[in-house]
Design a protein around this ligand. Structure first.
Ligand code: SF4
Ligand code: SF4
Length: 362
């Protein structure tokens, strides 16, 4: 895809039916004012969130964020940059609002990756990801959201998982993974499904139960090796939380399912599996909520790193070949979830040669 077509790209919009279904779950009522009501919604949000208002006024247009914004580097379109998004947000507060400006907002705020690289580079720490998430939430409030994101949120809220898989399919996948481990590794692993246990494992349904099932095998093998009594839930098998991208009311609704299921199963610990944005929500929202009920939350990478440090598992770096490996920080792990050292520690113990991006060659 050339940069011109990326620039013009606008996500297909969700149908009014789907939007209405989502609105009703978080008690949003369309005012009937449509785009005319947008400015009042935005001004109200700025009054409620002073950080956001300060960010919008702080930007002095220095451009330091341009060299780090992946969306800008890919498109070379100033509207698709932190600076451009701030200018657009300011015009929504003060300029004229019409169908064009709303469409422009829909296009460019939904092209922001919410990676927070701009906040890291900006001398004032202006976090454009927060501005993007706010504008998206208000666009959603007036009825505009990408079909894909709204569909995933609907699946998570109605079926408990990203893909909208029925519970018996999830259970079949888990049982089949247990069989595969026995066949491939000759190991009989113990996996509880929907039963009380010490811990609940929370993988990502879009990957770990489907295209990246080896990851799920890895979690199961590791927890068995460490003797941790754990369960998987078919009701809440998913750490994915697309509410983060669109609207915090949905983010909380989806996240509360984890809290509710952890209490129902009586676990003492919830273990997050692989998923960058899922971890960001889990660490910053779910863990404090779990603590209110005396339940702890952690990431599988903390458990793996601890097991390596204490010599509880043996690793054979030779199986990963005579190559040099490098770890690139995913946006939400690093800048949203403070998970920086453990992946490096694990990788450097799993391969023959490990390097950081800026290391000088020997
Ligand atoms: S959050 Fe990422 S994609 Fe969005 S404006 Fe900032 S650097 Fe660009
Ligand atoms: S680095 Fe900060 S102040 Fe400079 S243009 Fe970007 S957001 Fe504005």
């Amino acid at each position: 895809m050339g940069s011109a077509s990326i620039n013009e790209y606008r996500h297909e919009k969700a149908s009014p039916d789907l939007i209405e279904r989502l609105h009703s779950r978080v008690s949003i009522r369309l005012s009937g004012q449509g785009i005319n009501g947008f400015r009042e919604l935005l001004r109200r949000r700025l009054r409620e969130n002073r950080n956001l208002a300060i960010s919008l006024s702080l930007c002095m247009g220095c451009g330091a964020c341009l060299t780090v914004c992946p969306a800008y580097l890919a498109t070379h379109n100033i509207k698709n940059s932190p600076l451009g998004r701030i200018a657009l947000a300011r015009s929504l507060v003060r300029g004229s609002i019409n169908e064009n400006s709303i469409n422009e907002a829909y296009t460019y705020f939904w092209q922001c990756l919410t990676c927070r690289r701009c906040a890291w580079a900006c001398p004032f720490g202006v976090d454009v990801a927060d501005i993007s998430r706010t504008i998206r939430s208000l666009l959603y409030e007036i009825g505009l959201a990408p079909n894909y994101v709204a569909g995933v949120i609907n699946n998570l809220e109605s079926m408990g998982n990203f893909l909208g898989l029925p519970e018996d399919v999830i259970k079949e996948v888990i049982l089949s993974v247990v069989d595969q481990i026995k066949h491939e590794k000759g190991v009989n692993v113990k996996v509880k499904v929907n039963e009380p246990a010490y811990a609940m494992l929370l993988p990502s349904a879009c990957a770990d139960y489907t295209v990246a099932v080896n990851t799920l095998k890895g979690y199961i093998l590791l927890l068995n090796e460490l003797g941790i009594d754990f369960t998987l839930s078919t009701r809440v098998p998913d750490i994915t939380n697309y509410g983060l991208f669109m609207d915090e009311r949905h983010m909380r609704l989806i996240a509360e399912r984890i809290v509710e299921e952890s209490r129902r199963l009586g676990v003492k610990l919830v273990i997050a599996g692989e998923c960058g944005h899922g971890w960001r929500v889990f660490k910053n929202y779910v863990v404090p909520r779990l603590k209110e009920y005396g339940i702890e939350g952690t990431h599988i990478l903390y458990i793996a790193a601890d097991a390596i440090r204490r010599g509880l598992i043996k690793l054979d770096a030779l199986v990963n070949g005579d190559l040099t490996y490098m770890y690139m920080d995913p946006c939400h792990y690093a800048r949203g979830g403070d998970l920086v050292k453990e992946p490096r520690f694990i990788l450097s113990n799993t391969v023959m040669r490990y390097a950081e991006l800026n290391d000088k060659p020997n």
